[in-house]
Ligand binder design. Structure first.
Ligand code: UFG
Length: 325
């Protein structure tokens, strides 16, 4: 298939592009390189352009005429979204509208959308959320993605030829096993990356944001999923839409979580470095616990996780981190 991939030079996008290449698909990456890197595109062709530039977007789509679109390009930092909501509504919500409109204009009818567990907000009762749970995002990042999901729902209802799969990512981490691509952000905010940068000596210490949450050890619980398992979920979603599957939404996670303290302990064990950790107050916009109910993706997309092991996730992230300057 011909697959148009926005944000394909970024962390998750580049792993999916690699997986698409390994499956023999033709790929065109559309990325403004704001956080992505040219070297991360291991397969296909890269067009450096912005989704806000509707004319270029429409022209590139029209020339390429893909069978499907995968849409990764977005701003993703929860606490930044609390401080700069307009950036998130423009870059995530509005740019996705541009993409959907261009798809409709060029007759491109299949979309795989990068959504997030942040659409759920604070889970009621059990930390395990199913896709049918109410959407109550507690930060602009989650709201911006939820708005896109609603637009997708309505668009697929209005146009028979438009079908989509929305993948709600939980906490994506790790790097590909050959160490060719991985996460590179100038100001990393994610827990595992910050822990490893602290172990490496790049950061002076790791802060635990909040120890008074209503969880087993007082720190937040998240469902950490290896980026290659997530990449495989995209391949499964592409096959599903290719086989005529109807528009659908799936959680992407392992169905169990780890606390911040557990992640820190594993990071110390894997690196062999007893790095400096301190405790501080809560970070704005953080729900206490988010774990994916994953029965649906396993049964409908026949997705089988291969790397459900926090130690492995941290090990691949550590191997990658050590390769960075
Ligand atoms: N944390 C720390 N110290 C740090 C960094 C993070 O204690 O230095 C804590 C956070 O407070 C949170 C947990 O570690 O409790 C995980 O934080 P991350 O920043 O790694 O990830 P988030 O859970 O905030 O967000 C990520 C993605 C979102 C996605 C969400 C779903 O960035 O896109 O997971 O759970 F929506």
């Amino acid at each position: 298939m011909k697959v148009f991939v926005t944000g394909g030079a970024g962390y998750i996008g580049s792993h999916v592009v690699k997986a698409l290449g390994e499956k023999g698909h033709d790929v065109l990456v559309y990325d403004n390189l704001s956080t992505g890197n040219e070297w991360a595109v291991l397969h296909g062709r890269l067009v450096v352009a912005d989704l806000a530039d509707k004319l270029t977007l429409a022209r590139v789509l029209d020339e390429y005429r893909p069978d499907a679109v995968m849409h990764f390009a977005a701003s993703i930092v929860v606490h930044e979204s609390v401080q700069s909501p307009v950036k998130y509504y423009l870059n995530n919500t509005a740019c996705t509208l541009n993409l959907i409109e261009a798809m409709l204009e060029t007759g491109t009818g299949r979309l795989i959308f990068s959504s997030t567990a942040a659409v759920y907000g604070i889970a009621e009762g059990s930390p395990i959320v199913q896709e049918s749970a109410p959407l109550n995002p507690i930060n602009p990042y989650g709201t911006s993605k939820m708005m896109n999901e609603l637009v997708l729902r309505d668009t697929s209802a209005a146009y028979n030829d438009f079908r989509y799969v929305s993948l709600r990512y939980f906490n994506v981490a790790g790097a590909n096993r050959e160490g060719r691509i991985g996460q590179v952000y100038k100001n990393a905010t994610h827990l595992i990356t910050r822990a490893l940068k602290t172990a490496k000596g790049e950061l002076g210490g790791l802060e635990i944001y909040g120890t008074d949450y209503p969880t087993s050890d007082g720190t937040c619980i998240r469902d950490y999923i290896h980026v290659e398992d997530l990449a495989n979920a995209h391949i499964a979603a592409l096959d599903y839409l290719g086989a005529g599957g109807e528009s659908n939404v799936f959680n992407c996670g392992y169905g169990h979580g780890s606390s911040v303290r557990e992640v820190v302990a594993q990071a110390k064990k894997i690196t062999g470095i007893d790095f400096n950790v301190s405790e501080c107050g809560r970070r704005e916009g953080d729900p206490p616990a988010l774990v994916a109910g994953n029965e649906k993706i396993k049964s409908v997309l026949r997705w089988t996780p291969l790397y459900d092991d926090l130690g492995y996730i941290i090990k691949t992230a550590w191997d990658w981190e050590k390769k960075l300057a």
